[in-house]
Design a protein around this ligand. Structure first.
Ligand code: HEC
Length: 150
């Protein structure tokens, strides 16, 4: 009897845990949702990224001398939400003072679902880099600051 209840508990926990990890990613309730657990979308994003983005941003978006990391969970040119990353890809980086303005718009090259797959890929990559300890979790300390950076 006791064994069965522990088994049931473990099964229940597993269901909860897998349910949570299968949820789409968003930074706040009104943010664009991206399906980071949908391998097909992540793979599509990875393919487009290596074709159109990695020359500047490096493999897996880790950054190069030419362009910043886009899988480190920190976005400096717009905010850190999925909607803002979408907007940056759609219309390029905004110029603020002497910064920015170096990346052009992809709105004429990529459709909506392609851009969403890119955001999904970047978020999925960021999550697995955090999970493996490759990068620090930027959300651990101050979640609000990561959604609305200075
Ligand atoms: C010609 C080089 C180049 C290409 C190609 C390029 N980028 Fe960028 N990207 C940059 C640079 C440089 C910046 C930093 C902002 C600036 O200086 O304008 C940037 C910034 C960004 C940012 C904002 C980063 C932040 O910190 O806020 C995102 C997101 C981004 N790129 C995604 C992409 C994606 C996705 C692609 C492919 C569709 C792509 N970039 C293709 C050069 C490039």
């Amino acid at each position: 009897m006791k064994k069965i209840s522990i088994f049931t508990l473990v099964l229940g926990l597993l269901t909860v845990v897998s349910g949570v990890s299968a949820q789409p990613h968003k930074m706040h309730p009104l943010d664009l949702e991206v399906p980071i657990s949908d391998n097909q979308v992540v793979t599509q994003g990875a393919e487009i990224f290596s074709e159109k983005c990695s020359a500047c941003h490096g493999g897996q978006g880790v950054g190069t001398g030419r362009a910043p990391c886009v899988s480190c969970g920190k976005f400096m040119f717009r905010g850190n939400t999925n909607s803002e990353i979408y907007e940056t890809i759609y219309s390029g980086t905004p110029r603020t003072g002497s910064r920015g303005g170096k990346m052009g718009a992809f709105s004429s090259m990529l459709n909506k679902s392609e851009i969403i797959s890119l955001v999904t890929y970047l978020r999925a990559t960021e999550r697995s880099r955090i999970a493996s300890g490759e990068i620090e979790d930027p959300y651990a300390k101050n979640q609000d600051a990561m959604v609305f950076p200075d």
